[in-house]
Design a protein around this ligand. Sequence first.
Ligand code: C5J
Length: 229
Amino acid sequence: MIKVDATPFEFGFDPARTALVVIDMQRDFIEPGGFGETLGNDISHMQRAIAPVRDLLALFRQQGWLVIHTRENHAGDLSDCPPAKRDRGSPSLRIGDDGPMGRILIRGEPGAEIIPDCAPVNGEIVIDKPGKGAFYATGLGDLLADRGIRTLVFAGVTTEVCVQTSMREANDRGFECLLIEEATESYFPEFKAATLDMIRAQGGIVGWTASLAALKTALERQTRQPEVL
Ligand code: C5J
């Protein structure tokens, strides 16, 4: 069991039953001309999450632990996009419209790909999801059950939308969930802060949060432990 200094209290996990879930580190949310920007958001905030997500991925890869990526996207014919999602508000471009990185939020288009810094490597799992939550209309629940996974470490964007929704879905399904604080970002810094508070309030009502440094320290501590036979 690895024990991490976390909030609201220590978080313990068995790596064999744990997966990292990196939510939607896609060009459409992070780069100019994508879905995030068409909604009127300041995408510059997203830059802060890139290096920490990359470091977190490197950590899991070094240890050989399970890594899962998600992508929010839709079929080209929009059959999995509720009209309410496409038609709401007055974005400069809607889901499915042609933008500078191809059709906005459409599976297979350049904008819907994960940014190169955080791109999946061979053997990692990629889940395409039409909703904000990673469990809705995807095979994620079955995949985790098949592998005996009970603990999820979360990262990605955006904190209060797809990350929080996925973490709440996981919590309701009985998973123990840890969000890595620097490895998530919102277009609204105050929403990120509020989301971290909401997750860990009331004795960890949705789960835990911890810094990347705390996770690294926990791993170093574990490596230094003598092996008791
Ligand atoms: C949004 C997401 N914000 N990945 N998607 O629409 O958080």
